[in-house]
Design a protein around this ligand. Structure first.
Ligand SMILES: Cc1cc2nc3c(=O)[nH]c(=O)nc-3n(C[C@H](O)[C@H](O)[C@H](O)COP(=O)(O)OP(=O)(O)OC[C@H]3O[C@@H](n4cnc5c(N)ncnc54)[C@H](O)[C@@H]3O)c2cc1C
Length: 203
């Protein structure tokens, strides 16, 4: 069967990340591929190539989480300075101040561990695999929490399609799923922690 005939694609509507390439369920029905379709060498390391690609992509996902969260913080800060509630600007209420301080703290922790993972990869240090999973796990959860808190600070406006935080809240969720779910990151971290040593990767 020719490649174009054996692949069945059904598009799926997603909750967020609507600016992406588009997601679909893909079925391969009795597909035959040629030698030019082989990634790496047959029976030698194709799986490893796929795994390193995933490890590296996890740092990319962490970077997306940082950008998204920074956008939420910028919007929340601006809103808190200009919106008045119960006689004073939101920023003068202690709960808002603490929320903003918590967001900033989480964001900087996430930034630090993401930069560490990227630095290790750039320096060909195999421990980047561990830090890529730690960064992905932490920043994905962080982005969901920050987006939720951003919507809360903006109140009703945050729930409206007019706000950046509304979109960020929907977009953030996929960061806990794609390139390995939170649970998969925990499996990777646990395996490295308990078995000692790191998977062999060529950098
Ligand atoms: C918007 C979007 C974009 C995507 N882009 C890509 C892409 O570009 N390329 C690509 O290859 N994939 C992509 N994916 C797929 C994505 O990587 C998978 O959806 C993800 O890895 C989870 O796999 P799954 O959906 O099969 O869930 P499942 O594996 O069925 O998992 C379901 C749930 O069970 C948990 N679970 C599964 N196994 C275990 C276990 N052993 N222990 C504990 N818990 C477990 C999971 O953590 C999850 O919570 C994309 C998905 C989305 C939503």
């Amino acid at each position: 069967m020719r490649r174009s005939d054996c692949v069945e694609v059904s598009k799926l509507e997603m909750m967020g990340m609507r600016g992406g390439a588009g997601e679909a369920e893909v079925k391969f029905n009795d597909c035959v591929v040629g030698d030019d379709d082989v990634v790496g060498k047959v029976n030698e390391g194709g799986f490893k190539i796929a795994m390193v690609t995933l490890d590296l992509a996890r740092i990319g996902i962490s970077a997306v989480a940082l950008g998204l969260s920074q956008g939420v913080l910028d919007e929340a800060l601006e809103w808190a300075k200009t919106r008045t509630a119960f006689g004073k600007p939101l920023i003068d209420w202690e709960w808002i101040q603490f929320q903003l301080a918590d967001i900033k703290t989480k964001l900087e922790i996430g930034r630090t561990v993401t930069y560490k993972a990227a630095w290790l990869y750039d320096n060909k240090d195999p421990s980047f695999v561990l830090y890529a999973s730690i960064a992905k796990l932490y920043t994905a959860q962080m982005a969901v929490e920050i987006a939720r808190d951003g919507v809360q600070i903006l109140g009703g406006f945050g729930y409206s399609k007019e706000s950046f935080s509304e979109r960020a809240y929907r977009d953030a969720k996929v960061l806990e799923i794609a390139e390995g779910t939170n649970e998969v990151q925990k499996i990777v971290i646990h395996r490295i922690l308990t078995r000692g040593g790191l998977p062999e990767v060529e950098l």
